[in-house]
Design a protein around this ligand. Structure first.
Ligand code: BG6
Length: 493
């Protein structure tokens, strides 16, 4: 990561909301603290709420204490960071209210100008139009859109088209923060920076792939949004499918957005559609009920604030995806994500096939196939399970792990996803952002599942908070003679 000396003005629309306070302000603070952004960069928090720079700074200071670790929150750094911050009251969907912001930006027409929309996605079109009507779009302007882009294919296309009326596709940065995570990038490094894996990365050698993104958190005060969304829209359509794409795509010719995107789209379009019967068999919906996380009792989903007491929204999804192409024919990709699960862990597991001939059969327990674990969270690690000989006089084999613990590597500050992505926006690097065709291709596949669930009716299966989801999710793999990778033992080891 190179430091950026590009002067910029960043307008964060909806800066006082959850995303602004929890992720964006801390990320910008870290970029400032570690000297990654130009000292000339200015940040304008914009929202409808009446307020002043002073009231915003009070709010920012209070939230920084909650979202930045105390050993990172140095008063001098914070003080110097706040010199970049300003606050402007604007109704972002109304071009006529932008005058005060316009005046502040007026003397810096030639610098990079970023509009970060941390608002509800159904406002993206109207806000883009208002920014245009206020005459604020300069040649060096870009707009950042948070996921989810829409709630189905139609709404996603409508959002993309309306933003596209005023911003060129190369000015639109659609964020999926999973693409900014260190280990996700390491997945590319591992696959395409080494000769070892690529020849093995195919159906001849890989038995199946598992992608798990498990959270211990519940809906955290976002019940209103989440109840209309659910795990399939909130996590699978974007984060899990992006991980699947990076795992399954062909090697791109160049490390550029166009080249990578083309390969990702091919994967999305090769995802096998489900029949209604397959949706019943190959997908599992769950909803958490009362349970315990780390010894604390937590409420069930239906008792969360702003959640409809009769809600059928899923907080857990497990499914078996298949990619219809030469490389992956017959290799299932099992995806699983849920809230209020036993542990917070995000991992991609590449389970290789058994050796073709059991040379050591009579002298040891069965040989276990190789397994590559790419862990994104809570710690960043890449582990390769290999059979080795146990020390001693006899030829006994056991599985050991080559463990590349990325979190332990010496070096300065570890970049969090939003820091990397914000820096890329300022630098105009688009590789880690989603093109509209990707978003729309992902919706096309996800939408048939949503429609299938609708047609099938019924409710998600309940699971106790603090567990790994409904038993049907275990059965999904057991039916195929497989099982979910046992995270619990590994995490507590
Ligand atoms: C967001 C989802 O995109 O990702 C949240 O809207 C989820 O529901 C979050 O909690 C998970 O992100 P991370 O980085 O904490 O794994």
């Amino acid at each position: 990561m190179t430091k950026s000396d590009i002067p910029f003005d960043m307008v964060v629309v909806g800066a006082t909301g959850d995303l602004g306070r929890r992720k964006l302000l801390p990320a910008l603070y870290f970029l400032h603290k570690y000297g990654e952004i130009s000292p000339k960069g200015r940040i304008f928090a914009v929202s409808r709420q009446k307020g002043t720079r002073e009231t915003f700074l009070e709010l920012a200071a209070a939230s920084s204490k909650r979202h930045i670790a105390p050993d990172e929150l140095n008063p001098q750094d914070w003080e110097s960071f706040t010199k970049r911050l300003d606050y402007v009251t604007v109704d972002a969907t109304d071009g006529a209210t932008y005058q005060p912001l316009s005046e502040k930006l007026a003397d810096r027409q030639n610098r990079v100008r970023v509009f970060y929309l941390a608002t509800s996605p159904n406002l993206y079109g109207a806000i883009s139009r208002a920014i245009h009507d206020a005459g604020l779009i300069t040649p060096k302007s870009r707009i950042v859109l948070e996921k989810p882009i829409g709630t189905d294919l139609q709404s996603a296309t409508a959002i993309n088209s309306s933003v596209g009326e005023v911003f060129g596709e190369d000015q639109i940065f659609r964020i999926d923060h999973y693409l900014g995570k260190e280990t996700v990038q390491n997945l590319m490094a591992l696959r395409f920076g080494n000769i070892l894996f690529e020849p093995m990365w195919r159906s001849e050698h890989i038995d199946h792939v598992q992608i798990t993104v498990a959270e211990t958190l519940g809906v955290e005060g976002r019940g209103g949004y989440y109840d209309k969304s659910g795990a399939l829209r909130d996590m699978v359509q974007n984060h899990l499918l992006q991980l699947l794409c990076l795992t399954a795509m062909e090697p791109p010719a160049r490390l550029e957005q166009d080249a990578i995107r083309e390969e990702k789209i091919k994967v999305l379009r090769a995802l096998r559609p489900f029949s209604l019967e397959e949706i019943e068999q190959k997908t599992v919906r769950g909803s958490y009920r009362l349970g315990a996380i780390a010894g604390e009792t937590v409420p069930g989903y239906l008792d969360e604030p702003d959640v409809d007491e009769k809600s059928t929204t899923e907080t857990f999804v497990a499914l078996k995806a298949e990619i219809e192409n030469w490389r992956w024919a017959g290799v299932p990709f099992y995806l699983r994500t849920g809230k209020r699960m036993g542990h917070r862990v995000s991992e991609i597991i590449i389970q290789f096939k058994q050796v073709p001939h059991q040379l050591f059969k009579s002298r040891t327990r069965a040989i276990q196939p190789n397994r590559l674990v790419i862990r994104l969270q809570p710690d960043e690690a890449i582990k390769l399970g290999l059979m080795t000989k146990r020390p001693g006089p006899r030829m006994i084999l056991e599985r050991e792990e080559l463990n590349l613990n990325l979190a332990d590597r010496p070096g300065a500050h570890t970049f969090q996803a939003y820091e990397r992505l914000l820096l890329d926006v300022i630098r105009g690097v688009t590789t880690l952002f989603m093109h509209r065709t990707e978003v729309e291709a992902a919706w096309t596949w996800v939408e048939q599942i949503l429609e299938g669930w609708q047609e099938l009716g019924g409710r998600p299966r309940s699971y106790n908070s603090g567990t790994w989801g409904p038993p049907k999710s275990i059965a999904l793999l057991e039916r195929d003679g497989r099982s979910w990778y046992e995270h619990i033992v590994d995490l507590e080891r």
